[in-house]
Design a protein around this ligand. Sequence first.
Ligand SMILES: Nc1ncnc2c1ncn2[C@@H]1O[C@H](COP(=O)(O)OP(=O)(O)OP(=O)(O)O)[C@@H](O)[C@H]1O
Ligand SMILES: NC(=[NH2+])NCCC[C@H](N)C(=O)O
Length: 366
Amino acid sequence: MYKNYCNQLEQQKQPQQEKMSDLAELWKKLSGAKYPDECKSLLKQCLTQELFDQLKDKKTSLNGTLADCIRSGAKNLDSGVGLYACDPEAYTTFKPLFDAVIKMYHKVDTINHPKPDFGDISKLDFGDIDPSGEMIVSTRVRVGRSHDGYSFPPCSNKEARIDMLKKTEEACATLPGELAGKMYRLEGMSKTDEQQLIDDHFLFKNDDRMLGDAGGYADWPIGRGIFHNPKKTFLVWVNEEDHLRFISMQMGGNLGEVYKRLVNGIQELEKKLTFAKKDGYGYLTFCPTNLGTTCRASVHIKIPKLSKLPEFKEFCEKLNLQPRGRFDNLIDDKYLYSNMEAYIFIDWSIFFCCHGYLNLTLKKKN
Ligand SMILES: Nc1ncnc2c1ncn2[C@@H]1O[C@H](COP(=O)(O)OP(=O)(O)OP(=O)(O)O)[C@@H](O)[C@H]1O
Ligand SMILES: NC(=[NH2+])NCCC[C@H](N)C(=O)O
């Protein structure tokens, strides 16, 4: 009996000890890298020795540690951000670090997100932003959500992911009208079907090294899934980067329709599911870049001549736009600039509920 008890204690101690040496190694690599030549991530800029000492022994109630939050950023010194939350409580337990990164990334002096509010969708002041139908190929709006009480990828496991998938499947089964559809689990999905969904821009893939190092692809494809209605205009991603991504998309530029459908879908699902949020921060996501409204609106526009110009990236930066290519990771690649048929996504990321960001007027077709 006593031996059993000691064994149990030993087993409980083991992971913590491993995590500690893991933290020492990660910190050695991150702090040893020279700023800005070897590493210029926000994590590198914000995690000082003093802050590290202050946070190194802290743990969330779900057992998440500082190592879990910085592992990806320390392993990938080329990260832009480098920090992920181990679970929703990380934003409180490791507050000084998260706050510093959030302020820098979202360019705000204080963190004071208003209460989440979709606005009155019966009175939207935006509808079709390309009535001519000449410029916009498709429009997509997505938000991220986290199930309350569950760890994020660095501390999650197979059972928790399966549990979240089932929970979401049950909730999605209650969706009415045009939102109704079916959950397709990645486990067991044929490679051809999976690739087709990826090629048609509906499904996620598992090829992000930084997300992988944060535990995002553990036990892949177990516990992952995609729900969609028959028209594929309302979709739910389960256990990709976030526990949940709700997506509304359709061909053309009717942003109003897309946004309304998304809000309707979320409001239905909110009747069944509880999402992690925090006063002053909005909805809590795995990556601090998505925090707040967690909303990203994008249009898919064909701008072959503009995207070919060497100053294209600079041009987008000035307008606060984030271009993403058809072959998303190749935005810097010569291929994109030389490919006349390349598609570009213009993304509007919205942190502090600024619908104003959506009032961008698209100029003439080029
Ligand atoms: N306006 C759009 N029309 C059609 N497909 C789109 C549009 N915007 C994005 N997509 C597609 O959605 C998929 C996901 O893209 P991406 O990873 O950029 O989006 P995201 O959900 O905002 O995720 P992230 O967390 O990486 O920002 C990709 O296949 C992309 O091509
Ligand atoms: N999909 C995202 N959350 N992208 C933003 C950050 C990605 C990566 N962790 C970095 O630090 O550069």
